[in-house]
Design a protein around this ligand. Structure first.
Ligand code: DGT
Ligand code: CA
Ligand code: CA
Ligand code: ZN
Length: 584
């Protein structure tokens, strides 16, 4: 019997997306489609392979995979197809499915295009639609237009370009994979030290491949042990001190060993960034010192370094933390002894962007507060999405606010050593106004203004939306200011110079949002904002109690932007923090 195909996560996601599309055009109800939606996003973010989980009978651990989907996947892995999926797709033109997954083409549009251009074959569907778009034949179809024709053309071109290009991992995904691997490696007793380098150590928001360094006097044994790592799928190259492999989840790992005496040099070299190393090398050469992964050669003698600190010291430089090794002005700062002392997670005294079941959170107000209390926070801001005045009416919203105030007051009495603040996250509407009128904003302790819709407006409009919000006396800070979603949505087009000036003259702040696919503001904009003397709130934007623990990802970004403790508002003591909140 043929060995069944080992479906990759990406293939499974595509299969599920196609079934979901078929369900949507056939009018299945939301309860039937939701499981598929949940499973798709869970598998998209999975760091292990679905196939392996299936082999271990652990499919149900994937969020969204219940008994039904489990049996479908079981059938898929055993037979290569799923009867139920085929019957759902029956009667629909095959070409429609060749378009699923292209940005901007949903199920209904895919069907319309397939009907209009008689797309009976999936493999040629994209190419045919591209041709039609180029000929201007799409704009005249019902519910399409010139803009959507152009968007479709862009999306297909992009989809073709990135078809073979791998998506970069989000930092937390790379960290999970690398922690698992380090855990395995460290079980070997000849391993003296092991850690991940490269973009992961620099805390870059995304990671291309994983670089692991091992300090040992027995490289042979380390490599032998590493080669037995059960997640390895393929070996790209193998030497005495260096191996490159691809894991089953399609991620490349480069592992290098070094004897302890030279471990610091190796760490420095493979931490990068490449641009940082280039600048460093140029500077060192001027001093007659030549750099390599083994050490520094000076007057024909090789100096080895067991730590990075010694390495930078030998170059008469102040130590540069990995997060700052961008290849910008950090070498210059180091030579002037002006490397900032970066903010640390332990400096944080509270979180000020959090949701509850009152809006789209999954845990109740008290559950969230209890967790924040356990974490030892001194203060905690509750900032659900504001209830809509448009749909509920002013009076009703006013009532909700008074009731919530009472509730929070009671919790403040119950949890005495943490101070709770009542805020809302208020939408900045497409027409540049805020979704809650001033009369209600003034009832709150603080206000987060955020854009949640119309991200692709023109630069002037986006800029005006942010500036108008910054000019509102009740607004405290702007939430996730660029609106980007990593790998999904670009930052909105914004004139940051104007926005930063507006924040400066109105004494307003920006958020550094710790959600792993946001990390927003971005490090380069933080750096720019610091030049205007601006300060930040680092928040989790938690929608569940466990997300309150992920503030470290926001701190990573703050550090990459060069923030010290005094640049971050929620490192302040309660009384100073309260002054800022009350300054409206
Ligand atoms: P990634 O994997 O795309 O997220 O980014 P990195 O920074 O981890 O890059 P990677 O894995 O290609 O290489 C790891 C580090 O090794 C890199 O940050 C600097 C160092 N490195 C790699 N190639 C070169 C090179 O040609 N010259 C120098 N100076 N350093 C290099
Ligand atoms: Ca790397
Ligand atoms: Ca690498
Ligand atoms: Zn938000």
């Amino acid at each position: 019997m043929d060995k069944p195909h080992k479906f990759t996560n990406r293939e499974i996601v595509q299969i599920l997306k196609e079934v979901l599309a078929a369900m949507e055009v056939k009018g299945f109800n939301i309860f039937e489609t939701r499981a598929y939606q949940n499973a798709i996003s869970a598998i998209d973010n999975l760091t292990s392979t679905v196939y392996d989980l299936w082999e271990d009978k652990r499919l149900r651990e994937i969020p969204g995979v219940g008994a039904t989907l489990e049996s479908h996947l079981d059938e898929l892995f055993k037979t290569g197809k799923v009867d139920k999926f085929d019957s759902v797709k029956k009667g629909l033109p095959e070409g429609m499915f060749g378009l699923i997954g292209v940005r901007g083409i949903g199920a209904k549009k895919a069907l319309k295009l397939a009907m209009a251009f008689k797309l009976s074959d999936r493999s040629s569907a994209m190419e045919k639609v591209k041709l039609a778009a180029e000929k201007g034949q799409i704009r005249n179809l019902e519910s399409f237009g010139e803009k959507s024709e152009k968007d479709i053309l862009d999306a297909i071109t992009e989809a073709k370009m990135t078809k073979n290009a791998k998506k970069r991992l989000l930092l937390f995904q790379a960290e999970e994979i690398s922690d698992r691997l380090l855990n395995y490696i460290k079980k070997l007793n000849v391993v003296l030290q092991a850690e991940s380098l490269g973009s992961l150590r620099r805390r870059n928001p995304t990671v291309g491949d994983i670089d692991i360094a091992v300090s040992t006097n027995n490289s042979e044994k380390v490599i032998e042990h590493f080669m037995k790592y059960p997640e390895i799928d393929d070996v790209l190259s193998k030497g005495d001190k260096k191996v490159s492999v691809v894991l089953k989840n399609d991620i490349q790992v480069d592992l290098r060993t070094s004897d302890p005496a030279a471990y610091g040099s190796m760490m420095q070299y493979f931490t990068g960034s490449k641009q940082h190393n280039i600048i460093l090398r140029t500077y060192s050469l001027e001093k007659g010192k030549s750099l390599s992964e083994y050490g520094i050669t000076y007057r024909n003698k090789l100096y080895k370094f067991s730590t990075e600190e010694e390495f930078y010291k030998f170059l008469d430089m102040q130590y540069i933390p990995p997060e700052l090794r961008h290849g910008k002005n950090e070498v210059e700062l180091s030579l002037k002894n002006k490397v900032p002392e970066l903010v640390k997670l332990e400096d944080i005294k509270g979180d000020s962007h959090t949701h509850t079941t009152d809006s789209d959170g999954v845990d109740t107000l008290e559950e969230m507060v209890k967790t924040a209390h356990t974490m030892g926070y001194k203060y905690y801001g509750i900032s659900d999405h504001a209830p809509s005045v448009q749909s509920r009416g002013y009076k009703a919203v006013e009532k909700i606010i008074y009731e919530k105030k009472e509730k929070i007051k009671k919790l403040n009495e119950k949890y005495k050593d943490i101070k709770l603040f009542f805020g809302y996250e208020v939408n900045i509407l497409a027409d540049t106004t805020l979704a809650l009128p001033d009369g209600l904003l003034k009832e709150l302790d603080y206000v987060i203004a955020s854009i949640h819709t119309s991200f692709d407006q023109d630069r002037e409009v986006i800029t005006k939306r942010l500036i108008n919000s910054l000019e509102n006396p009740y607004v405290t800070f702007i939430g996730h200011p660029t609106g980007r979603l990593i790998n999904e949505r670009d930052a909105s087009d914004t004139d940051w110079t104007k926005v930063f000036r507006a924040a400066q003259s109105n004494n307003k702040y920006f958020e550094i949002n710790s959600q792993v696919n946001r990390l927003d503001l971005t490090d380069d904009l933080i750096k720019e904002a610091l030049e205007y003397g601006l300060k930040f709130f680092v928040n989790t934007d938690a929608h569940a109690t466990d997300q309150l623990y992920y503030l470290n990802y926001g701190i990573d970004v703050a550090r990459r932007g060069g923030c010290t403790k005094s640049d971050i508002i929620n490192t302040l003591n309660l009384d100073e923090f309260e002054k800022i909140i009350n300054s409206k």
